[in-house]
Design a protein around this ligand. Structure first.
Ligand code: ADP
Ligand code: MG
Ligand code: MG
Length: 887
């Protein structure tokens, strides 16, 4: 029979699937001999059963009984015992940390009797009643689903009556009154009495924690973080320790290194005479952890020792929750800490230097997405004539500019209209998640670096300044007031700097990040700061390890040159249709309107030299590296005027209409397609419009010959799009070969060019063995291959129903973003295998958007492709991931 309950002494850190992160690490700390209050964990398996069947699995209750009895024996008191109650917390904890997303109830076991026992044992009435009202409050909110504001308002009233702003000034009597008021709120809102039976409290809390897995905000968070929907959460039952037992008690959070910058030191927040969430909720202002040295030297020293022990044990930066009860330190949580992108790179290299991890492990510790974040622009360092409103805490780096909004709803609303917004709040809570996601950045006036806003923003890679205490944020009035009296209202533009904590009125200009300057070659690693050095070091290691080459998608010399500076080893996709736009559109129109061969020939002759010079520039920028040029792909009517506009123009002009417009209109009508993406495009165009592909091949050959004559080393690869049958490819290839031979004869320069195809139709993938007979390389066009495999029109489906699909969990991420391994990926595998079987050494690459997506890069590595190709700016990301995939 399955085991559903593990004592903290039974688990370990590798059991996260079963015990959740919190439970696994509580067990690990217990076994390390650290001071963890005793307790036990109910597994995620029990949760999954509960969520699926709506009830506890058989045997769970007995197991909980046994573990609770054992806990009571250890503690020498029974749960809720009236003269000396054992109290417990009932804490959620999933495999992946979801800060503040799910529920926890503290002080379970208190009721009208045991509150007296607790007061007597502690010799502190106030403490006991404070703990009791917290229980009713948390239980009411979490278990009974009552709006938390009702309780908070009651606390505010009590403070007002006492003439104070600080809950520290509330007395035992005040809390006693609050308990009564809270019970009234429960009766009114939930239509039931607050349960006084301790075991009933505990069981209801366990159910509530299980249920919280499916709370809206948890679902939203999982989608954002790509956490699978069906893991479930574990529940930890942990005996209570009390940070609210007076000024020699308190609670805090700590990091073993700065989660924002990665610097080594003492980082964290501490709050005296407080319990649980008080620190992160921004209820009172915390003090920096270093203050604890002064307040309680013994606990402080012990905490530092434990932090060092944890780092050496986890071989990584950890974050920690702790509580001090009358001078005794207790560890309540630890985990490998979330960190900013910059901190991730710095910490990985620090640990490498300390000899704690090796270079492979260091590369494993950083992600392509984090590198992408480091490449975001920053504010220019010299800012004249811009008002600095204040400086808050630099909670999550980046430079964000946008209009001020005060609510999550407004943030979402304006963002949907395409506006950049900054969400400004006193503090955020999990209900603000949608607004935080929609905003460019988040600014709060309260809470430290471990507040909700800071933790969540860092997780999202979103710019955040928190704890800007000088700002008076009045959400109801829709106004922020700065210390100098400046007021900012909704819609005013501000700029926030998550790296320095500065807040500016107006729009501050931005500049390239040093990491980009390093990639561009303008900043050497030696001249850069430790972040640039860390990036340089890990990039070198990744390049050394990588099996996949990284190429870029580029269709002009500038992009090609940038891609090359960013480390691209060639061009994987040069789209030639971009060369048909602008002034050249008229030539394309003429080509389409041509009524005979001579007219068509003339139009093509006009286009050819233009194309040739485009290619020459690109070959020059990519000298010595392969350049894959895709012959024209989109339907021709994309180059013609819009049907409606042209019809109106011709109709309005009546008899005086331009004859060219009339012919154009006729052509637009003739070329109109119901389903253009499946219509006359790609190789089909080449076969239907004589001379079109031939012109392009000639331009490529002549450009290559000219480069070669000038001493260059051009490496053209000619790519035929949208092939479904080998016969299509053969026809185009034979014509291309003749032209290449003709150009070689004319110029006296022989430039070898590979001829290959895109694999972007399921039929091409399934007949790859045949196609490989005629193709010297394959490039997987995974955008079209995804469209055609799923039957999804890429331009329509994302807006139409993808959000619903994501909600339903049909896929966790859009298949256009991350390659669908099971379906599209299977076709890629088949084509790669059968292609190589027919033609050993067949060169294989991918050129869809997926080429720059970390997960997809790993897939390409597994399948054994030769390269991925992505936009120039993503090249470093793909290089890093190519290296990580090979480790
Ligand atoms: P979260 O996952 O949101 O951090 P936790 O389960 O860690 O939720 O608990 C919320 C707060 O209550 C934390 O500050 C935690 O340290 C505190 N807490 C939890 N269990 C106990 C306990 N047994 N004694 C004292 N404080 C506790
Ligand atoms: Mg916690
Ligand atoms: Mg395509």
């Amino acid at each position: 029979m399955a085991k559903f309950v593990y004592d903290f002494t039974e688990g370990n850190k590798d059991l996260k699937d079963l015990l959740g992160g919190k439970g696994a690490n509580l067990a690990e700390m217990t076994n390390l001999g650290l001071p963890v209050p005793p307790g036990f964990t109910i597994t995620t398996e029990a949760c999954r059963h509960y969520l699926e069947h709506g009830g506890f699995p058989d045997g769970l209750e007995d197991e909980v009984d046994r573990h609770l009895a054992e806990l009571e024996r250890t503690m020498g008191k029974r749960l809720g015992q009236s003269d000396d109650p054992l109290l417990v917390s009932v804490r959620s904890g999933a495999k992946f940390s979801m800060p503040g997303m799910m529920e926890t109830v503290l002080n379970v076991g208190l009721n009208d009797e045991s509150v007296h026992g607790l007061a007597a044992q502690a010799g502190d009435e106030r403490f006991a009643w404070d703990s009791y009202r917290r229980l009713v409050q948390m239980f009411g909110g979490t278990v009974l689903g009552i709006d938390g504001e009702l309780f908070e308002d009651a606390v505010e009233d009590a403070k007002k009556a006492r003439g104070t702003k600080d809950d520290v000034d509330l007395t035992a009597e005040d809390f006693k009154d609050l308990v009564e008021r809270f019970k009234g709120i429960v009766r009114e809102q939930a239509g039931r009495e607050f349960p006084t039976d301790p075991r009933e409290q505990m069981d209801l809390a366990v159910r509530a924690v299980f249920d919280s897995w499916n709370a809206d905000r948890a679902i939203l968070y999982r989608r954002q973080e790509r956490i699978p929907v069906d893991l479930g959460t574990a529940v930890n039952i942990c005996s209570m320790v009390f940070g609210n037992l007076g000024m020699d008690s308190g609670t805090g959070v700590a990091f073993t290194r700065d989660p924002a910058s990665g610097q080594q030191g003492i980082y964290g927040d501490y709050l005296q005479n407080a319990q649980g969430e008080d620190v992160v909720a921004g209820i009172r202002n915390t003090v920096p952890l270093t203050e604890l040295e002064r307040l309680d030297r013994t606990s402080y020293d012990q905490l530092l020792q434990i932090m060092e022990k944890l780092e050496n044990h986890y071989l990584d930066m950890c974050d920690i929750e702790f509580t001090i009860e009358r001078g005794k330190l207790w560890m309540l949580q630890t985990r490998v800490g979330k960190r900013t992108a910059a901190a991730a790179f710095r910490i990985a290299c620090q640990l490498l230097d300390q000899g704690l991890i090796d270079a492979d492990e260091a590369a494993r510790r950083v992600k392509g997405d984090q590198l992408a974040q480091l490449m975001f622009p920053r504010f220019t360092s010299t800012i004249d004539g811009i008002t600095k409103l204040t400086r808050g805490m630099n909670a999550s780096p980046g430079a964000a500019v946008g209009k001020v909004v005060f609510t999550s709803e407004r943030a979402v609303e304006l963002a949907e209209r395409g506006e950049d917004v900054i969400l400004v709040r006193r503090e955020t809570n999990p209900d603000d998640l949608a607004g935080m996601m929609a905003a460019q950045g988040v600014l709060t006036s309260r809470g430290g670096k471990t507040s909700h806003a800071a933790v969540v923003a860092r997780g999202m890679g979103k710019t955040c300044v928190c704890g800007a205490e000088e700002l008076d944020v009045d959400v109801k009035a829709g106004r922020v007031t700065a210390p100098d009296g400046t007021t900012v209202t909704e819609g005013d533009v501000i700029s926030i700097d998550g790296s320095s904590g500065d807040v500016f009125l107006g729009e501050v200009p931005v500049e390239d990040s040093p990491v980009v300057r390093y990639f561009e070659g303008g900043l050497t690693a030696a001249d850069g700061d430790d972040l640039v050095k860390a990036v340089d070091r890990l990039m070198r290691h990744a390049d050394e390890r990588a099996a996949l080459a990284v190429r870029a998608n580029a269709d002009n010399p500038e992009d090609s040159a940038r891609a090359r500076r960013f480390g691209a080893r060639g061009i994987g996709l040069c789209r030639t249709e971009h060369m048909f736009l602008g002034d050249r559109r008229r030539l394309v129109e003429t080509l389409i309107l041509a009524e005979d061969d001579a007219g068509r020939r003339a139009a093509l002759d006009d286009l050819e030299p233009l194309q040739r010079s485009d290619f020459e520039g690109i070959f020059e920028a990519m000298d010595g590296q392969p350049v894959t040029i895709r012959l024209i792909d989109p339907p021709l009517h994309e180059f013609l005027p819009d049907l409606t506009e042209l019809s109106v123009k011709v109709a309005l002009a009546g008899d005086g209409a331009d004859p060219r417009d009339r012919s154009l209109l006729e052509a637009v009508n003739r070329l109109h397609e119901q389903n253009p993406m499946l219509g006359l495009r790609g190789v089909r165009l080449g076969l239907v419009i004589p001379g079109l592909f031939g012109m392009q091949v000639r331009a490529i050959a002549e450009a290559a010959a000219a480069r070669r004559a000038a001493g260059g080393d051009p490496r053209p690869e000619i790519m035929i799009p949208l092939v479904g049958a080998v016969q299509e490819l053969e026809a185009v290839r034979d014509e291309a070969r003749e032209i290449l031979a003709a150009v070689a004869a004319e110029t006296g320069v022989d430039v070898p060019a590979l001829i290959g195809t895109m694999i972007e139709l399921p039929r091409a993938a399934l007949t790859a063995g045949q196609i490989a007979e005629a193709a010297e390389f394959f490039s997987f066009g995974t955008n079209d291959l995804t469209q055609t495999t799923w039957g999804f029109s890429r331009d329509d489906v994302e807006a139409a129903f993808f959000s619903r699909y994501l909600e339903l969990g049909i896929f966790g991420v859009s298949p256009f973003e991350t390659l669908d391994r099971d379906g599209v990926g299977r076709l890629v595998r088949i084509a790669a295998q059968e292609g190589r079987r027919a033609r050993p050494g067949l060169k294989l690459g991918i050129c869809g958007e997926h080429g720059g997506d970390p997960d997809s890069v790993h897939f390409c590595h597994e399948v054994g492709l030769d390269y991925v190709s992505c936009s120039p700016f993503r090249v470093p990301v793909a290089r890093l991931e190519a290296g990580r995939a090979a480790i």
